[in-house]
Design a protein around this ligand. Structure first.
Ligand SMILES: *Cc1c(COP(=O)(O)O)cnc(C)c1O
Length: 237
């Protein structure tokens, strides 16, 4: 696990350095298709926030860590038949992009739990392959769901287009930041920046960076045996 420790130090140093000039973001460790052993080490190093994309895999991990003070973030695509388990088991959902899903998450959030923190996913570069509301649709979407009782709309999330030039990615991050500011002062979250571009996202105002491979190492195509659950393929979904 020395590689893991080194990668963690590297990511911490990147965040540290960027945070001298900009706000310090939360480091969300994206643990999808990564083994529990590595998550245990990272938790011991001080990571308390994990991001998962595949519900079945996530539920196994949440059960495993049930006595630990961990915040669970759902960051993957959401089918409406999965909303109940997401509402019952997660602290954050970064990938809300339909009114139907938002209504179900609010209705299914147990009363005994605090409001579910959500981010609206924005298809910031208008890509046909990506989920999310188009930038011009976000204001109406926000208005349609803002009164839902058991959700706390914390901000916006994006997965920008892969580009050669990092300057273009920065421009996408900057548009997401402006969009958030145009909506509502109460939103405090910009979920943007991943392994390859976190320092640039921080310079554009990111408050949560979602880092997977740069922290854990590459995601294998073979799911560790602990995730072999009926109905899952080798990618864990
Ligand atoms: C997998 C994933 C990440 C992490 O990607 P890396 O490039 O491994 O850091 C971040 N955000 C979302 C929504 C993801 O699905």
């Amino acid at each position: 696990m020395t590689d893991l420790a080194e990668r963690y130090q590297t990511i911490k140093a990147i965040i540290e350095s960027a945070s001298k000039s900009f706000n310090r973001p939360l480091l969300l460790a994206v643990s999808k298709v990564q083994p529990i052993k590595k998550m245990e080490f990272l938790h011991e190093f001080g990571i308390n926030d994990f991001g998962e994309s595949y519900l079945q895999e996530a539920l196994i991990k949440i059960e495993h860590f049930k006595n630990k003070p961990i915040n669970w973030h759902f960051i993957g695509p959401i089918q409406s038949n999965k909303t109940r388990l997401i509402a019952e088991n997660f602290d954050w959902v970064h990938s809300v992009c339909s009114v139907k899903v938002a209504k179900r998450l609010s209705a299914q959030r147990p009363e005994s739990m605090p409001s579910l923190n959500i981010c609206l996913q924005v298809n910031i570069d208008n890509e046909s392959t990506k989920a999310g509301k188009l930038p011009e649709e976000v204001s109406l979407f926000f208005d349609e769901i803002k009164a839902l009782p058991n959700l706390s709309i914390r901000g916006l999330m994006c997965l920008p287009k892969k580009r050669e030039n990092i300057v273009d990615t920065c421009e996408s991050f900057n548009r997401l930041a402006k969009l958030k500011n145009s909506l509502c002062d109460k939103m405090d979250t910009l979920s943007m920046g991943m392994s390859s571009d976190l320092e640039y996202a921080i310079s554009e105002g990111s408050t949560i960076v979602r880092v997977g491979t740069a922290l854990f190492g590459t995601r294998g195509d073979i799911v560790p045996s602990e995730f072999k659950v009926d109905g899952l393929n080798n990618n864990g979904y």
